[in-house]
Design a protein around this ligand. Structure first.
Ligand code: ZN
Length: 254
């Protein structure tokens, strides 16, 4: 059996959180241009927070306890969850390019270790391991087109598609397929582009101007390219198949 070495988690508390009223059932992955320690200070200035931060060398910092509701996702939606802060653990990963260049091996290795630990502990279903851009497609581009989603899925974190599943799906309306996966389709251009960022990054334009990227998260006239509909179908199949591992019962609000 492979022995995975325990990693050190540094504590650097931030006071920006509140009480959780719901069980944890999602992981939201972010990126930030700052390295880990600097990121804590940036969050402090903005009066925001995150449960974990992973630095450029893989250093893991925990500013907020899992049991508390950190402030990382903002206005967001995924599947039946409105405002992901209620349901999720937020992880920020340092990326000076905002995910436009490759992440470092040490970061991804420690991220996978951390995610697997959280997934096991809280029984987080793979359909709920998401990007900030998946849950806030109109507002957020992180963790960016170079984030290695397929590698993570192969390592037991989240889901990837198997193209051969496409033929099992008769639905061919992109909006319906995106909705089955979990996207909020109120803005179909934004949802389509977020899907591509995650599953078809070769269709997403690389951008070295970070300010521009943050101000122009998606092309407002974006239409899902129908020659890739099979990727969308294969994803919808995988996500609907596994939806029975769905959210655990949610405690009623106090
Ligand atoms: Zn984010």
């Amino acid at each position: 059996m492979m022995v995975v070495k325990m990693k050190k988690i540094y504590q650097s508390p931030l006071p920006y959180y509140d009480e959780r009223l719901h069980d944890i059932c999602a992981l939201v992955l972010h990126c930030s241009t700052h390295d880990a320690d600097e990121m804590v200070e940036v969050l402090r200035e903005k009066q925001l927070s995150s449960h974990y931060i992973i630095g450029l060398d893989g250093k893991i910092i925990q500013p907020v306890d899992d049991a508390k509701r950190a402030w990382h996702a903002g206005v967001s939606r995924w599947r039946e969850m409105d405002n992901l802060n209620h349901y999720s653990i937020g992880i920020e990963i340092s990326s000076p390019s905002m995910g436009q260049e490759s992440y470092r091996d040490a970061q991804i290795c420690n991220l996978i270790w951390l995610c697997r630990r959280l997934i096991r502990k809280y029984r987080i279903p793979p359909v709920n391991v998401v990007a900030h851009s998946d849950v806030a497609p109109q507002r957020k581009p992180d963790p960016g087109l170079m984030f290695p989603w397929q590698y993570l899925a192969d390592s037991g974190v989240g889901l990837w598609y198997d193209l051969s599943d496409a033929k099992k799906v008769s639905e061919d309306d992109p909006a319906k397929l995106l909705s089955v996966i979990g996207y909020n389709i109120e803005n179909i251009s934004a949802a389509s582009y977020a899907f591509c960022r995650h599953f078809l990054p070769q269709l997403v334009e690389k951008c070295s101007d970070i300010k521009w990227l943050l101000d122009n998260v998606y092309p407002s006239d974006y239409v899902f390219p129908l020659q890739y509909i099979n990727v969308l179908k294969a994803c919808a199949y995988k996500y609907s198949l596994l939806k029975n591992t769905k959210m655990r019962s949610i405690r009623s609000k106090k």
